[in-house]
Design a protein. Structure first.
Length: 237
């Protein structure tokens, strides 16, 4: 019995020591990082000189890299395989590093009906091909479509992302899609203000979860009718 109590105390002590261990952070020397990324040390130095990756943490003369650097190196390799140039990747990296934080992107809170989606730079390249340029990335960030969360990109709306990608697949340049989105934003804000006034004036105690879809149905129907009118005019003129 005494032996059992002693073993229990030892086990409890081991649990206590484990609980208070500091959080482990993976760091790599240059040679190990290059091996994990599948590149040579010479290539790693070249990327660092071109500022394609952030500076390492210095401890005396030793440079320490972490998982953020490893993720960036794997992204560079993936983008090169997709036909991007190093100059283009450098511009993309700068846009990522100076992009809007995801907390700023979401504003006061997550969207009520739209679902944000996390992406990597490779995901964007796969969806938009050669249209995944630094200029279009910057325009998307300015619109509030994209934000940065560590090594990932967050798009504010899965449905908006999928619709944009589908339009690009139909041959419409992403720059044109984004320019249209910027114009639509102004009209959407005006429509939202109209319906906010109507709902709060005439149904102040109403359930927003029930009223919002009704407002959307009105806007969708009016847009559909307007498209009929405008496309018919253009096609017959």
């Amino acid at each position: 019995m005494a032996e059992a109590e002693t073993e229990a105390e030892n086990a409890e002590g081991r649990e206590d020591r484990t609980e208070y261990q500091p959080e482990h952070r993976t760091e790599y020397r240059m040679e190990e990082l290059a091996r994990l990324a599948g590149i040579t040390v010479r290539t790693l130095r070249f990327y660092r000189e071109r500022k394609l990756i952030p500076p390492p943490r210095r401890e005396g003369r030793i440079a320490w890299y972490d998982d953020h650097h490893l993720a960036r190196l794997r992204t560079i390799s993936a983008l090169l395989e997709r036909g991007h140039t190093l100059n283009g990747i450098a511009e993309l990296a700068e846009a990522f590093d100076h992009g809007r934080d995801v907390a700023d992107l979401l504003g006061l809170g997550a969207p009520t009906e739209e679902t944000p989606i996390r992406l990597t730079p490779e995901d964007l390249a796969d969806r938009f091909g050669p249209d995944a340029t630094p200029e279009n990335l910057a325009a998307s960030m300015d619109l509030g479509y994209l934000g940065i969360d560590g090594d990932q990109i967050v798009h504010i709306s899965r449905s908006l992302l999928e619709a944009s990608a589908a339009l690009v697949q139909e041959g419409i340049p992403l720059s044109a899609v984004l320019a249209a989105g910027k114009r639509v934003r102004d009209h959407a804000d005006a429509l939202a203000e109209i319906f906010t006034d109507v709902l709060l004036t005439h149904a102040p105690q109403g359930d927003p979860a029930r009223l919002r879809p009704l407002a959307r149905r009105v806007v969708e129907a009016e847009l559909s009718l307007a498209l009929d009118r405008h496309l018919s005019r253009r096609q017959t003129s």
